[in-house]
Design a protein around this ligand. Structure first.
Ligand SMILES: [Zn+2]
Length: 177
């Protein structure tokens, strides 16, 4: 139904590539069709190209509540950009919808490794100390390489796979490679 509604285009930026449905707060009836880049923007607040989102000038007036919520969310993530601030100033969004947006906890949610280097989605890191993986029953040794990490809402934590198990890693115990 969402696919039909969107006519197989990203409902934020209009792209027709790498589409997938994103459900806000996992609500099956409250989703939007998004391209990979917009998906990344709403799930990880990771926006490589802020200028791309000047297109929100249109999407933010959508009559589809989910699209409105996501537009608001992306604008908030980008609120240090002049265009985003201007759009937020004129955007009308109901409080109930506002509450559904998944907003970054800090103004600038950056994740740093043990050396103070910024970690990005998809980076590779090594562990700087042994890590006991409770529940999975193994210890990941210092120096273990973890490829393709995922950022989380919490700048102190990233997710990565070790021995095929996806686990939460503390960014302060990681070193970017
Ligand atoms: Zn998009």
């Amino acid at each position: 139904m969402i696919k039909n509604r969107s006519n197989n285009h990203c409902e934020i930026c209009g792209s027709d590539k790498n589409l997938d449905i994103y459900f806000i707060k996992n609500e099956i009836n409250f989703g939007a069709n998004l391209c990979a880049e917009c998906m990344e923007a709403v799930t990880n607040f990771n926006i490589e190209n802020p200028a791309k989102y000047e297109c929100l000038e249109i999407a933010m007036w959508s009559e589809i509540p989910a699209v409105k919520v996501l537009s608001y969310q992306i604008l908030n993530t980008l609120k240090n950009e002049a265009f985003a601030k201007d759009l937020l100033d004129i955007l009308y969004i109901e409080d109930e919808l506002k509450d559904l947006a998944n907003l970054p906890t800090n103004d600038i949610t950056k994740t740093f490794d043990s050396n103070g280097s910024i970690l990005k989605q998809g980076d590779s890191v090594t562990l700087i100390k042994d890590l006991e993986v409770k529940g999975a029953g193994f210890t990941a040794k210092r120096g273990t390489l973890v490829k393709n990490i995922m950022l989380t809402n919490n700048p102190e934590q990233v997710e990565g796979k070790i021995n095929g198990t996806r686990i939460v890693l503390l960014s302060k115990f990681l070193k970017k490679v």
